[in-house]
Design a protein around this ligand. Structure first.
Ligand code: AMP
Length: 239
């Protein structure tokens, strides 16, 4: 589902559902955006579904200022194997808007982890991680909320888990919602590291950077945009 208001993207969501669940899921999706003047739902039959055993583990950190939070995100990216100058380039790009025409992209930047070169074929659209969901969405949602995480974390954690599974070596994200300040860095070794506040309240710029090995480009793209995955469980440390 994607919805827009006055020509601007305001909400998007992705579900993998069985035939019996489709009515319920469609109802959920049309209620999801708070305000919109156009909402488009695309329904596709998926022939082959792959499984991921469990999500990344989750840890959360809070900082008094955006500066400290971004410095911490930088350290985490370096820990995940991103060279400092490439990580700084990624953070800079998200903070000024990664769309070459100004503002946000619809998808993510793909950045070569060694050279910092942008690899996504369309720099306004970016790369979209699609076809990912939880096998038992309602159960996982309940637990996520019990853990004090937000509804948004449910989808973002699924997305980041698929990304890492597809070969993204590190991911940096903060939302374009001016009131949602928590972002994250994710990688196989770090897990899903929530960091607050990765931006100032009122800032409508956000996005995602996927750091990958240039040589893996074709395989990673195919996995992110074509392969369907259901995640079976939350990470054991979250149960
Ligand atoms: P959100 O967390 O939904 O506020 O999204 C923040 C930013 O991440 C958006 O502005 C997009 O640039 C990017 N984004 C959102 N959804 C996806 C997706 N499915 N795949 C890749 N990038 C996305």
């Amino acid at each position: 589902m994607r919805a827009s208001l006055k020509g601007k993207h305001v909400s998007g969501a992705e579900r993998l559902a069985s035939d019996e669940e489709i009515d319920k899921v469609l109802c959920e999706l049309i209620r999801r955006p708070k305000k919109y003047d156009s909402l488009i739902i695309t329904l596709e039959r998926v022939r082959e579904v792959n499984f991921i055993e469990h999500s990344l583990p989750v840890v959360s950190y809070r900082f008094p200022t955006t500066k400290e939070a971004r410095d911490f995100a930088l350290l985490k990216l370096i820990e995940a194997g991103v060279p400092e100058e490439v990580a700084l380039k990624g953070i800079g790009l998200l903070s000024k808007g990664a769309n070459p025409k100004g503002g946000n992209m619809r998808g993510a930047v793909l950045m070569d982890i060694r050279s910092g070169e942008r690899l996504e074929p369309d720099k306004e659209r970016g790369i979209r991680t699609v076809r990912v969901d939880w096998e038992r969405r309602e159960e996982v949602k309940k637990r996520i909320l019990e853990l004090g995480l937000t509804d948004r974390s449910l989808d973002a954690l699924a997305l980041a888990t698929k990304n890492v599974h597809c070969g993204v070596m590190a991911e940096l994200c903060w939302s374009d919602d001016p009131d949602y300040l928590t972002g994250y860095v994710a990688s196989q070794s770090l897990g899903y590291v929530r960091i607050h506040p990765l931006k100032e309240r009122g800032d409508a710029l956000g996005g995602r950077i996927y750091f990958i090995s240039g040589g893996d480009l074709k395989r990673v793209l195919e996995c992110l945009e074509r392969k369907a995955f259901l995640i079976k469980y939350l990470h054991p440390s979250l149960l």
